[in-house]
Design a protein around this ligand. Sequence first.
Ligand code: HEC
Ligand code: HEC
Length: 217
Amino acid sequence: MNKFAVLCATLLFSSLLSWTPLHATEAVYDIASMLEEMNTIQNNDTLLAQALQDGKTRAQFCFHCHGTDGNSRRDHIPNLAQQNATYLFTQFEHFVTGERKDYVMNRLAGSLTRNDRIAIALHFADQVVTPREQPVAPSAAGERLYNSLCFACHGRHGHGDQQYPRIAGQPYEFLEKTLLSFLHKTDARKSSPMIGVMQSLSEQQVRDVAAHVAHMP
Ligand code: HEC
Ligand code: HEC
C-alpha cells in the first residue's frame, strides 16, 4: 500500500469508530413491514431502479469489508451477496441490541435507518456469490454430515430461504470461526438456535462440514 492509501484507511477506520449512531434508540424496526415494503419495490420497475441506486450509495461503507458485489474481501468476513432479506434485517437488529457481538458491526448497525436497511438488502440481494479460493479442500465426510444434519433447515444446496440464512460459498475461515463459537457456546451469538444444533459435533466434524459448505456453489 502507498502512503496515501494507508492514510485513507486510517482516516476511514478512525471515523468509523467515532461514528455515533444518531438514531440508536429507534434502531429496532418491524421486520414484517420492511419485507412488505421490499416486496412492493421489487414488483415495480421504477421504484426498483431508484432503490437499487440508493442501495449502492448507502452501502458504500460496507463495500470496504463485504465487497462492492457482496463477495467478502477478507476471509473472516461473511459474503452478503444473495443473502435473504429476513436474515439481514434480523442480524442488523441483533447487532443493535448487542445479542450478536462484533466490535465493528455493533457500532455500524445502530446508524442504519429503516430505509438504509431496505435499500442495502435490495442491493445485496441483487448480487451473486462468486466462487472464491478456499484454504481447504472439499470434504466427503463434511458432505455426509451436511446431508444428515444441516439440509433440513439450510436447504439441499445451502441457499436457505426466508427463515434460514444462505451459507453456501461463505469463506471457510468465517464458517469455521462461527461454527466453533456455536460449539463452544461463546456469548458471540448467545441465543442462536445453532448452539443446540452444533453440540453433537466434534471440532474435526465442524471443520469437515465447514469445508463442504465453503465449496457449495
Ligand atoms: C470493517 C469491516 C466491516 C464493515 C465496514 C462492515 N462490516 Fe458487516 N461484518 C463485518 C464482520 C467482521 C462481520 C462478521 C461478524 C461475526 O463474526 O459475527 C460482519 C457481519 C455482517 C453481517 C452478518 C452477516 C452474516 O452472514 O451473518 C451483516 C448483515 C453485515 N455485516 C452488514 C454490514 C453492512 C450493511 C455494512 C455497511 C453499513 C457493513 N456490514 C460494514 C465487518 C464489516
Ligand atoms: C433447526 C434448523 C437448523 C439446522 C438443523 C442447522 N441450522 Fe444453521 N442456522 C439456523 C438458523 C435459524 C440460523 C440463524 C442463526 C442466528 O440468527 O443466530 C443458522 C445459522 C447458521 C450459520 C451462520 C450463518 C451466517 O451467515 O452467519 C451457519 C454457518 C450455519 N447455520 C451452519 C449450519 C450447519 C453447518 C448445520 C449442520 C451441521 C446447520 N447450520 C444446521 C438453523 C439451522
